[in-house]
Design a protein around this ligand. Sequence first.
Ligand code: ADP
Length: 576
Amino acid sequence: MFKKNVLKNYYPALLLFFGLSLFTFFTYYELNNALEARTEKLFEQRVSRVHEELHNRITDYIQILKGCQALFYASTEVNNKMWKTYVENLNLSENYPGIQAVAFAAMINKANIPRLEAQIKASGFPNFKVNSTFENKQLTPIIYIEPFTGRNLRAFGFDMYSETNRRAAMDRAMLSGQPSITSKVTLVQETNRNIQPGFLLYLPVYRNPESVKTVSDRKENIIGFVYNPFRSYDFMNAILRSYSDLNIYIYNGKIAKDESLLYSSEQKTTKMAHKRKLLSDNIISIAGTQWRVIASPTETFGSSIERREPILALLLGLAITFLMSLISISIIKNKSRALEELMLSKEIEKKKDEFIGIAAHELKTPLTSINAYTQLLARAELKENEKKLLYKTSTQIKKLSLLISDLLDVSKINAGALRFNTNEFKLSELISESIESVSHMYKSHQFVLSSTVPNVQLKGDKLRLEQAITNLLVNAVKYSPSADNVYLNVTQQPSMVSIEIRDEGIGISEKDRNRIFEKFYRAEDLSPYLSGLGMGLYIANQIVTRHKGMITVSSVPEKGSIFSILLPTDEEQTVS
Ligand code: ADP
């Protein structure tokens, strides 16, 4: 029951709440979709920039190696000194961050190793020694390496051909004449600490390069390789520094597995890393090798304001929804309280009307008896002063009984029980009888009839109409205490008669004029000596309108008032 009432009263607030919530969630959903689409596009652009950067950087290094190659082709002999000068001039650490070294490995027959060692030792490196397994006929020891410091010293003399991955890349470079990158290796430069994966980029150097055309020419004329070793984290970090909004994994080859991982921007295993909603997975071919590049956006990807847009819209929308719902609940609450108050005041009004009816009824019976006794007393032999007192008593009794019958009439009107006895009568009788009954009670004023009353027959309740007219006459007397006359002007107009009662009294303000026909209404600034209950005009108006007529009023304060009763004279006219 309670639930039902709450639903009934508060359904507009509920409707508003659900409507606004729905709208808010819809907006959130749409904004999220738009954000996802924008993020996806931006992500694609960023990833393709990463691919480009990788290509560009490797191309840069190939260019460096081509320079080194040209050094061999342009000079009759290259030695450690020339190599040092050349590489120093490249200004590697400044211009090419991430590069570990620029070096040259000579292709040399196993039999010629002692001669080579002697030659290098003689050129200022007394400790030079070829470091190899000596399993192959051909060896490729590193004989020039710059910068000739730190980790790089460990590589000096190392035979790269003795390691399979390096050898494969070198052979590829030799046979194709093109740059070639190894698969994942550990550089000999690595110490025991902070070991990184690495790779090397080779470019072959031939004897008589202009006459080297075929594969067998290349095989026969190879004199060595210029190359760059790279520690892959140093290399990638230098390139990807401005891509911290991406998680990037680079694998050597086509298969993504931990063992082939060259670089990852975060510390996660391959298994964990690639279960993301937005992922880019590409294989790029680069200097004869393939790298698999897998990227995903980090938590901070995209503009932070844009990222917060949907959730802000959601929060704002929900806040507005709650606020609007609270406001509407409070409006409904106030409204229903006002409604309850109105119903309560109507109930009180009804009880008051009932009480007036009962009280008037109860007063009427003893008053009728008192009236009868005074009439009996009037027949007795009384002294002159006793007669005067009795006359005064009966006048007061008349006033009291008029008041009681007014109260009874109001209660009847409220109950819709005011009945009329309809008959035909003459207008002149109505007027003369009304004047007579008032002039009996009020000797202070003269009732002046301006002209003869038209000879018109009316139909209706003569006594009730007389009650209405006498009420207007009594008011005219009561509210013009300093005047001597009350004027009556009865005229016939097309299909109606007008009974005009004019006084020269206190008049009525415009504000009061609009309300004097209301039940129990009295003018606001009335003198306390002018007693009354505000029932007369209410009853008179009810009587006249029930006869299909009307009462109008015009007044000038301090000058006087004119009340006019207009009654229809039509044959058809009946009392409703
Ligand atoms: P009551 O006279 O008992 O107050 P009525 O219903 O007859 O009640 O009149 C209502 C009010 O209208 C009066 O209280 C008075 O303020 C105003 N009124 C009525 N007739 C006149 C009049 N002739 N002159 C001035 N005021 C009047």
